[in-house]
Design a protein around this ligand. Sequence first.
Ligand code: SF4
Ligand code: MSK
Length: 625
Amino acid sequence: MGKNVSERSIDPATRAMLLEADRAGIETAWDRFDKQQPQCGFGILGVCCRNCNMGPCRIDPFGEGADRGVCGATADIIVARNLLRMIAAGAAAHSDHARDAVLAFKKMAEGEAEGYQIKDGAKMNALAAEYGISPEGRSPEEVALELANVLLSEFGKQEGPITFTRRAPAKRQSVWEKAGIDPRGVDREIVECMHRTHIGVDNDPVHLLLHGLRTSISDGWGGSMIATDVQDVLFGTPTPVMSESNLGVLKSDEVNIIVHGHEPILSEMIVAAAEDPEMVALAIEMGAKGISVSGICCTGNEVLMRHGIPTAGNFLQQELAVITGAVEAMVVDVQCIMPALGNLAGCYHTKFISTSPKADFPGTLRMEYHEEKALETAREIVRAAVENYPNRDPGRVNIPREKSGCMVGFSAEAILGALGGTPQPLVDAIVSGSIKGVGAVVGCNNPKVQHDFGHVNLVRELIRNDVLVVTTGCNAIACAKAGLLLPEAAKEAGPGLRPICEALGVPPVLHMGSCVDISRILVLAAALANHLGVDISDLPAAGAAPEWMSEKAVSIGAYVIASGVYTVLGTVPPVLGSPEVTSVLTKGVEGVVGASFAVEPDPFKAAKLMIAKIEEKREGLGLSA
Ligand code: SF4
Ligand code: MSK
């Protein structure tokens, strides 16, 4: 065994399950991470290239060996190309998710997707208006079909702009136009990343990085925003709701179904099927007291914020959930699903069910989801889980006690609604200095750093200093587990923020959803900037991803700085092998988009950096420090 469990995570439930894994002789991501040590130095620095078969090539970072690849590519070129490919993969993941959401929406409009309906007609009409589609004299389904078709066209468009990018303040749009990074079509930018990074195409690091920003904008203000908005139309725009978080939400006497991944398209149906009286009766017949659905990662966030379905944990807890011995079915769709789950599920009675036509894993039971029969598939999945209950070995059940309450579901609409339909009260609080600014803290877990340590400490430090925090993804789940999403967490906030939260009955950390829902943060930032008549880069705001690991996080980081928000990364991106790329990302890009990256693994120091930036922006707006 590797490190002491307390060094691996700050979360007591996670520690308990790591001890259980140890006792059972079961390997987790932390053990596999230890076995990878020392990790490849060339990879860490980003200086290895496999883009053609003259390679692989790598640059000697000590300047004693090769300083170019076979084709002549330098470390700067190789690092920039690799980063661009990471952005392309991340933008593709978000945007392909969005495409599937729109396709489901289209099938619903055509009457071919049983179980789906328009849940937020007002939002649909507002989106339709952005495209100049009038609902006058037409059925909601007719409007939905036309909207679905124009949304689909955003992916394959050859010339911009992508419509939702026009939600950005006019000043931000001119920044993009001036820099030549206003995206054209979502797919076009991603394809062009792959073209430019092919051997012998784009070999100027700055030119490559600018295209990375353009591609990332097509994700944040394109693919991700489309996913968020269409899902709101189909499943409802979130409003605040109470729920629970951490592995303690699993039930010792009920059938436990975990939904994991990123797309709510099927999990929404699973939630519905699990409430079906026929299924509940079957569960009772099998000896259980009922059916309990919980979530992991962002599929979990999606059903958490719309239905109050508890979240069992964040990224690094997916294996631990199975190790509780109490999970009848781990149902996955796409993204952030460890292939290790197949083997692991085989050590328990858990059925590892994969549902996406795009994502198969070793050791899964495939129950492919298609919109036309989503509800039927969901019922089959729930039935398979229920019928698996008698296979549970009570002697192996070990559910940690820990769970925490949380208040979630702060969509931009819900936040503005709570403020009386205008950002003015938030602006007033910022102007008076009661709230110093807004910190957006997001992103994954990563065994390179102590699980949840960066997330929870950074957020605590920000609220203590009167910075209102908005959160999504695995940071949101870490905050939920630490009790920071409860209104009572206001007592941890500074003297300015605390009374505001107490008066409104809201936590100082607002859960805005899943990873694609960082688009909600962009919409909120645009609303604030537009209200003040300034650019997003003028706002007293800063972002952070303390424990990021995925390529999606690279795309997110890029579109957040491209939107004008300074961002602190807690784990080091693979760019340090290029002095030029490192300098552009941490300094030079500021002159282009008004924001840059910093890297700071210590969450307390990261908070200081964010607060200093917020102070600087306050000064820029003529506000007191
Ligand atoms: Fe090597 Fe150039 Fe081929 Fe990359 S593209 S593998 S650096 S020869
Ligand atoms: S799930 S992308 S580990 S935040 Fe969205 Fe968590 Fe990162 Fe996946």
